[in-house]
Design a protein around this ligand. Structure first.
Ligand SMILES: Nc1ncnc2c1ncn2[C@@H]1O[C@H](COP(=O)(O)OP(=O)(O)OP(=O)(O)O)[C@@H](O)[C@H]1O
Ligand SMILES: [Mg+2]
Length: 334
């Protein structure tokens, strides 16, 4: 891609100071997101998917400390930006959708008003923006936002309270809130966990459909490889605070090159290259408080590891199918 990335993360490191030691949660993370691109961030629980996105937006607790790197978005380094800059960007230029929508919504406020709250908060900032709905009043824009997420009878639903709506419907409201100001970057952290399978697919179709229509870059964090495979253009695999492989979705599933990625996927792909679910990987993630972590944090779980892996961290090159490994699996033969 020739355009500069919308989000350009380089060498991002983050640690948490805790009573039992320093947790080296992220180390030297490189990640690019281009306009309109849908990127899946996958990896086992504890690999750092959530802290990566929260820390970029300045949402992390007092124990967190950025140890290095940059995360440039629209010319601004998010890791250096002050809280007022980040607060202005959040919800307007960069939005997030979390798991468990019901608890994220205010239980005692009609959902339509909750959408209006976001529109009002960013009213000054979005005034100059062109769009078909700019001439509308707040209420009409909130109704339109509900219509955009395919909520039937949006005029009536405007006044519904969260408890009156199903889980899937609440998640649609969260999406409406997140997208109301037409952000250029959406971070969706396990947005469909807890929903039944049919609703999951519908919610994912909705998010990716709107992302494509609006050319919105989307970082989709998930445990579910099948969901990522169906909806993402590219996938970045994380292990123990490192990004270990990045590739266009088909290439990654067709021929994973990092031993960790290969183990996450089923070893026996189904017919027509159908996608397997995330498999448990033998061995545990290393304790990130250890002071003697090996350079490649997967090396202790890896049958291909050599002495070099323990001493020298393999870089993740800036190539289309990038793998951070000294002994990667062979590229696929056509
Ligand atoms: N506030 C904190 N204090 C100390 N350690 C933390 C804190 N928040 C996260 N961590 C640690 O940072 C690492 C990454 O956590 P993170 O929540 O990003 O994982 P994840 O990949 O999102 O996992 P999951 O799939 O379970 O959501 C973990 O080792 C976790 O224990
Ligand atoms: Mg998480």
């Amino acid at each position: 891609m020739t355009q500069p990335p919308l989000l350009d993360v380089k060498g991002f490191g983050l640690e948490f100071r805790t009573r039992s030691g320093t947790v080296r949660a992220l180390e030297g993370i490189d990640l690019e997101l281009h306009k309109g691109e849908i990127v899946g961030l996958v990896g086992e629980s504890g690999s750092g998917k959530s802290v990566l996105s929260y820390a970029m937006l300045g949402i992390s607790d007092a124990a967190a400390r950025v140890t290095g790197g940059s995360a440039v978005f629209g010319g601004i380094d998010l890791l250096q930006a002050g809280e007022s800059t980040l607060a202005d960007l959040r919800g307007r230029e960069i939005s997030m959708i979390f798991q468990s929508p019901r608890t994220a919504l205010n239980p005692i406020r009609p959902v339509g008003l909750q959408i209006e709250d976001v529109l009002r908060r960013h009213a000054v900032a979005t005034r100059g923006r062109t769009g078909p709905d700019q001439a509308l009043g707040l209420r009409e824009r909130a109704v339109q936002a509900l219509r955009d997420v395919a909520i039937a009878d949006p005029e009536r639903r405007w006044s519904a309270y969260p408890f009156e709506l199903s889980g899937g419907m609440c998640q649609r409201v969260m999406i409406a809130i997140a997208l109301a100001c037409r952000p250029s970057l959406l971070i969706a952290d396990e947005p469909t966990t807890g929903l039944d399978v049919t609703t999951q697919a519908a919610v994912m179709d909705l998010i990716t459909g709107l992302a494509r229509e609006r050319q919105m870059a989307t970082l989709f964090i998930t445990h579910d490889l099948a969901l990522a495979a169906d909806h993402c253009d590219r996938i970045v695999v994380m292990h123990a605070g490192h990004a270990v492989e990045s590739a266009p979705t088909r290439r990654l599933f067709g021929a994973p090159r990092h031993p960790y990625t290969a183990r996450l996927m089923s070893s026996t792909p189904g017919p027509q290259g159908s996608i397997a679910l995330l498999q448990p990987v033998p061995g545990a993630l290393p304790d990130l408080r250890r002071t003697d972590l090996p350079a490649c944090r997967f090396s202790e779980r890896c049958e291909r590891a050599s002495e070099r892996c323990r001493r020298e961290r393999p870089p993740l090159p800036a190539t289309e199918h990038a793998v951070a490994c000294w002994h990667p699996l062979e590229p696929a033969h056509a």
